[in-house]
Design a protein around this ligand. Sequence first.
Ligand code: COA
Length: 370
Amino acid sequence: MPGFHLVETTVANEAALRHLHQLSQQISIELHGEDQTGTLESLRATSADASSRLNGIVLAVPGMAPASVECGRFGLPPAPDDLGEVWGSMQFTLPLLDNRHLVDNVFVQVAPEYRRGGIATAMVSHLHQVAAAHQRSTILMWSDHRPDATAESWVSAPQGTGAVPLDAASRFAAHLGFRLAQVERQSRLALPVDPELLAALTAHARDAAASDYHLVSWTGPTPPEYLDAVAAANHAISADAPSGEIDCEDERWDATRVQEADERMAAVGTAFHTLAVSTSGQPAGLTTIYIEDGEPQHGYQFNTVVISGHRGHRLGLWMKTTNLAAVIAAFPDLPHLDTWNADENEHMLAINTAMGYRPWALGGGWQLVR
Ligand SMILES: CC(C)(COP(=O)(O)OP(=O)(O)OC[C@H]1O[C@@H](n2cnc3c(N)ncnc32)[C@H](O)[C@@H]1OP(=O)(O)O)[C@@H](O)C(=O)NCCC(=O)NCCS
């Protein structure tokens, strides 16, 4: 295999970002038979640094490393502005407000024609240097799998539910000493949902909850009066959503972080939120659906949480069906929604199944404690 070297880049390098996006599209189509990558603008927005995290992008490119150049913040030469070819990529985040022991959200991909040549190994080896330089003890890497993969062997999740096929991604992760810490299920809801079913589910949930709670829905950035409530709900998501054996701590959320996340989403799409509020004014739950601009094929059901102390009132179902109705009214031609849940999150999966979501793909969370 011809020689390659690693470079690092940021969203400021347009050519590098376009190559990363194209590689992601190619690999998404290879795995799913469709492009689930999202838009270039969305990649640009999610890869931009925020006050809550640094974003890393490492690329494997052909040829020898330049002899003497000043390295970037992750210890690699910067990608040139006229980058011509990318053989592999690795994205990661370094949380800054909480979870400062993690190198998080690691996604590694190598173009099919350059696999088994050590590119992915080289990128993850470099990640150890990043982890050491930033005092991070734990690396969390994610893999995607088809649920109908005809693998002979499967790797079981430590929490006892779910498994991922022992395919190239799993073998690669295991080869580098990572252990499967959680399995996620990607589920898909074909739209439009039967309006009678949606109305019946909403009425059923509302009957159980409406005497003690009301719902507030909005589109786009959070109104100022709900910033603290959304911060509380986002904290609850990080604290309460099942995380298998992933070594993560509660996230710190405040109004500023909510505004920052809202700005990022509003720059490249439309977020639909529904918040549950108790009669005494306490935030009780939140759900969000996101539609990217210029991406009419995909909508995403993001996090849903019912804050502890408010569970058992069918708030999850009520919020989700109410929010979904708003999305269908605004985007009547949207073909489906995708969502991701911990495979052991039986309550959320039961709600999704009642609404018509069906399993679509699997995700593996691979952890390495250094
Ligand atoms: C998984 C992936 C990143 C591996 O990239 P790569 O550059 O081919 O990996 P490497 O050459 O560094 O492989 C290192 C070791 O992993 C294991 N491995 C990698 N691919 C494998 C395969 N298809 N079958 C069996 N073992 C494999 C082997 O032990 C290999 O060592 P060897 O070649 O000496 O036997 C690549 O197949 C890919 O991009 N897949 C799609 C994206 C993806 O699944 N990413 C998630 C990674 S967790």
